[in-house]
Design a protein around this ligand. Sequence first.
Ligand SMILES: Nc1nc2c(ncn2[C@@H]2O[C@H](COP(=O)(O)OP(=O)(O)OP(=O)(O)O)[C@@H](O)[C@H]2O)c(=O)[nH]1
Ligand SMILES: [Mg+2]
Length: 229
Amino acid sequence: MKVEIGVKALGANERQAEANRRRLREAGWVAVNLLSSPGSGKTSLIEAALPRLEAVCAVAVVEGDVETARDAERVAAAGGRAVQIETRGACHLDARMVARALDELELGRPASGWGLLLVENVGNLVCPAEYLLGEELRVVLLSTPEGDDKVAKYPEVFRTADAVVLNKMDLAPYLDFRVERVGRDLAAVRPGVPVFPLSARSGEGVEAWLEWLVRNARERLELRKSAGA
Ligand SMILES: Nc1nc2c(ncn2[C@@H]2O[C@H](COP(=O)(O)OP(=O)(O)OP(=O)(O)O)[C@@H](O)[C@H]2O)c(=O)[nH]1
Ligand SMILES: [Mg+2]
């Protein structure tokens, strides 16, 4: 019985996620789900990316946290447009929460032709993996202080990643984080996934990730347009 209820809830979430995706696509927006443990640097990466992205397309941000609007405030202070979802205990965002955030954002068709919606999930390497939000792309972050064994220990979230960011590379000289070990573990759970070592703090490596993000987001949008989906 428990299992059935769980399957039903996930089914309802998938339908809402598909509705979110359609709604976004019709307005010319592509959503990117950013997932990681608490403190890996999701908000820092958004802050670093904002000025560069805004030169290319429209950008809006949905912030997910258990409590506080601090991340949305950080994004707003960096000049971004952001809404905060407080899950009040839930360890992940779901598609309904994102639908409400979309109501609040009232995203219209951007003057630049298209827009990127960056969705920062609740910091957690397990629960968010199962819940589609309406995203076209998933980016999973892992930061050097967390250790290089996390892909092997928490494979599920990495199995769904379109790209993996290795953040806080500026700290790597002080830690025993082996990029090769992460690469080996990723080859087992998500062969071929692109990996971007970078530092949101220094900015080193951020450009390469942004180039990938913009190219892939545009491709997804074009693909769906031509498929009429
Ligand atoms: N040295 C270093 N510190 C970083 C880097 N990126 C983020 N930090 C620091 O790591 C801490 C957490 O960063 P956040 O961006 O808040 O992390 P987050 O993933 O958004 O955290 P939650 O929203 O709580 O899940 C902050 O003190 C950042 O300044 C980096 O590239 N290098
Ligand atoms: Mg954050």
